[in-house]
Design a protein around this ligand. Structure first.
Ligand code: NAD
Ligand code: ZN
Length: 352
């Protein structure tokens, strides 16, 4: 079969590989819609997870089941499914501890385009199909559904990690697709004032659509000053980091109130360490929590996100700015994600 792969750091191309084998609990799926992720860009062009050779990229897909193992009960060939980016080993101690994302090792629930071939292939393998696939409901578009696999679960996790309470004032730093879903998640959890930090007009418009009350442009000067001005020197209760470089942690800690929470879902792709500003962190005593996490995956998470879309709590289709038809356009879509033209939030490739 054909797949679009990372050959090494900074090198991508089409390759031929054997079709994956199906274990007794597993499924083989063919993609119907796929989307490249900014994380694929960090992986290939920043070497963020180290070198990988001939590894097929991609971890956002909606697909059709073509084969299931003998122990799979709830899925059969022909089923249309949403495939989460994170497909944990559900029989692991980390799951019992409550952190399925790290089943059998740190970040090891993230398998596609990390520890095994990803979804930019004619066929891909899903471990533990009954626990990791969700049925695509009738009437949900492929474009919307493929936003659930990673973008919605990650942005919403930003809001969950931030422990937003009714009325919490919240800043979201970075309003690409993940940050936009963090804005939406903050609103759904009952945030009061939501301030989005971004610059591109298209993203600003989308941030307002998803619930931002104020916009701060990081190109117009220091965002800490701007947010302190907007809040009359008080700062905010919660900050969600969903874009920008290592400097955003320092900014987030400076703008959050004592007792506040800084939540990170951004992928810090380079540098040895992240800076914590000593004084604004109360010399270590300000009760400012810093939390960061990989997005939740698995079947139940996808089913719950599907319900949020089905019952009109959120419309992810606003994230999709570019739609290509034909598997061969994966390459174009990935490179578009790298170049990030002004009119791009997320590209989707429809394969069927
Ligand atoms: P994106 O590149 O589309 O969005 C990031 C946005 O931040 C861009 O619009 C960019 O212009 C903006 N930005 C750049 N510098 C900034 C600054 N100084 N202040 C504020 N904004 C700034 O990426 P995305 O797809 O929305 O993903 C966001 C991040 O989340 C990426 O790093 C991605 O790898 C990561 N991610 C993490 C998980 C997870 O599980 N934790 C999952 C998916 C993606
Ligand atoms: Zn991703």
């Amino acid at each position: 079969m054909k797949g679009f792969a990372m050959l090494g750091i900074n090198k991508v191309d089409w390759i031929e590989k054997d079709k994956p084998c199906c274990g007794v609990y597993d499924a083989i799926v063919r993609p119907l819609a796929i989307s490249p992720c900014t994380s694929d860009i960090h992986t290939v062009f920043e070497g963020a997870i180290g070198d990988r050779h001939d590894m097929i990229l991609g971890h956002e897909a909606v697909g059709e089941v073509v084969e299931v193992g003998s122990e799979v009960k709830d899925f059969k060939p022909g089923d249309r499914v949403v495939v989460p980016a994170i497909t944990p080993d559900w029989r692991s101690l980390e799951v019992q501890r409550g952190f399925h994302q790290h089943s059998n090792g740190m970040l090891a629930g993230w398998k596609f385009s990390n520890f095994k071939d990803g979804v930019f292939a004619e066929f891909f393998h899903v471990n533990d199909a009954d626990m990791n696939l969700a049925k695509l409901p009738e009437g949900m578009s492929l474009e919307s559904a493929v936003m659930l696999c990673d973008m919605m679960t990650t942005g919403f996790h930003g809001a969950e990690l931030a422990e937003i309470e009714m009325g919490s004032s919240t800043v979201v730093i970075g309003i690409g697709a993940v940050g936009l879903m963090a804005v939406s998640g903050a609103k759904l959890r009952g945030a009061g004032r939501i301030i989005a930090v971004g610059s591109r007009p298209l993203c600003i418009e989308a941030a307002k659509f998803y619930g931002a009350n104020d916009i701060v442009n990081y190109r117009n000067g220091d965002i800490v000053d701007q947010i302190m001005n907007l809040t009359k020197g008080q700062g905010v209760d919660r900050v969600i980091m969903a874009g920008g470089g290592v400097e955003t942690l320092e900014q987030a800690i400076k703008m959050v109130k004592p007792g506040g929470v800084v939540s990170n879902v951004n992928y810090h792709g380079s540098g040895e360490s992240l800076p914590i500003p000593r004084v604004e962190w109360g010399c270590g005593m300000a009760h400012k929590s810093i939390r960061g996490g990989l997005c939740p995956g698995g079947r139940l998470r996808m089913e719950m996100l599907i319900d949020l879309v089905r019952y009109n709590r959120v419309d992810p289709s606003k994230l999709v700015t570019h739609v290509f038809h034909g598997f061969e356009n994966v390459e174009k879509a990935l490179l578009l994600m790298k170049d990030k033209p002004k009119d791009l939030i997320k590209p989707v490739v429809i394969v069927e």
